[in-house]
Design a protein around this ligand. Structure first.
Ligand code: MAN
Ligand code: CA
Length: 352
């Protein structure tokens, strides 16, 4: 802005200088006016030669008046031009002073600008040097930057790969954590079950030991009883899972049964064809544990079980005598049962 104002002032000054240079034309015009005046005078002198006498004097007087008027007009015009010139001169003087002042200022400014220019030149050289250094440093940094960029990209790839691996590991970790929790839960449940089983096992072991002890005791008792039985039941015969006693003497049915019961047994109960075959081998008439003493015609074994399979002799039971309520096995054939009075005497067969 300041520069623009200076240029505007300079332009104004040059314009005034041009106006000043135009001033001589006014003087020339003045000289032209003087020329007109001379020509007027010459015309007047020519008229003076043509006009003679009184009319000539009148003409001369008119010319003089005209000339006077012209001179007065020119005089007035000259004063006005002079005033304008004076004014222009004053203006020019002011403008010159202003120009001088502007010139001085511009000189100072130029000197200052020169100083500034020198300083700026120095600074520019320093900056150029710095710029060159910085350019080298920038190039070096650029190379380092490229290397670092390559390393960064490699690191970024490694980071991405590691991120994927981490996510996979995290997923595996989560799955393993779930499995671990499930296994922990299963382990806890199995631990509880194991403890319960251990308790059960301990109880069963105790029970087993107790049972083993009882079994051992029972075995010992059984063996002792077995020995006693063998001693007591000497002469008893074993068939299947039972022992059989075949009497030598004879008793009625009730006495025979009593004998068997005192031995811990009872009269024989026949449950199978094999058992019937077995007793057939003994060649005696013997009571068996079968009677209808309780209800006539309803035969029952001594243990209360009903009669199903029968081996009656042909025509038996016939109740041929009064109160034939007890059955005796007669050695005749396979079917050998006969009903006879319970008071009759016969051998007997005990079964244990
Ligand atoms: C015969 C048959 C039997 C009957 C006896 C009685 O042997 O009539 O049925 O029981 O005599 O002694
Ligand atoms: Ca009979």
């Amino acid at each position: 802005m300041e520069e623009d104002n200076k240029y505007e002032n300079l332009e104004s000054i040059y314009t005034n200088i041009d106006n000043y240079n135009n001033l001589p034309r006014v003087q020339e015009r003045s000289c032209l006016d003087t020329e007109v005046q001379k020509r007027g005078c010459e015309a007047a002198s020519e008229g003076r030669q043509a006009c003679s006498g009184k009319p000539a004097a009148v003409c001369l007087g008119l010319l003089c008046v005209l000339l006077l008027a012209v001179i007065i007009g020119l005089w007035i015009k000259h004063d006005a031009g002079r005033d304008q010139l004076q004014s222009s001169y004053d203006n020019m003087t002011k403008e010159r002073d202003q120009l001088q002042s502007s010139y001085d200022n511009m000189t100072k400014e130029r000197d200052q600008l020169l100083d500034i220019n020198n300083n700026l030149t120095l600074e520019r050289d320093q900056l150029q040097s710095s710029y060159d250094d910085l350019t080298m440093e920038r190039d070096a940094f650029q190379q380092k930057l490229e290397l670092l960029t390559g390393e960064r990209n490699q690191l970024q790839r490694d980071y991405d790969n590691m991120t994927k691996e981490r996510d996979q590991l995290q997923s595996s970790y989560d799955n393993m954590t779930k499995e671990r929790d499930q296994l922990q839960s299963s382990y806890d449940n199995m631990t509880k079950e194991r403890d319960q089983l251990l308790d059960i096992n301990n109880n069963l072991t105790l029970e087993r030991d107790q049972l083993q002890s009882s079994y051992d005791n029972l075995t010992m008792e059984r063996d002792a009883i077995q020995q006693k039985l063998e001693m007591c039941f000497k002469g008893w015969r074993k068939f299947g899972s039972s022992y059989y006693y075949f009497s030598n003497g004879r008793k009625n049915w009730a006495e025979s049964r009593q004998y068997c019961r005192e031995m811990g047994a009872d009269l024989l109960i026949i449950n199978s064809r094999e058992e019937q075959e077995f007793i057939k081998e003994v060649n005696i008439d013997a009571w068996i544990g079968l009677s209808d003493a309780q209800t006539e015609g309803i035969w029952k074994w001594v243990d209360g079980s009903p009669l199903t399979t029968v081996y009656w002799s042909t025509g038996e039971p016939n109740g041929a005598h009064k109160d034939e309520d007890c059955a005796v096995n007669e050695v005749v054939s396979l079917s050998t049962w006969n009903d006879i009075p319970c008071s009759s005497e016969a051998g007997w067969i005990c079964e244990l």
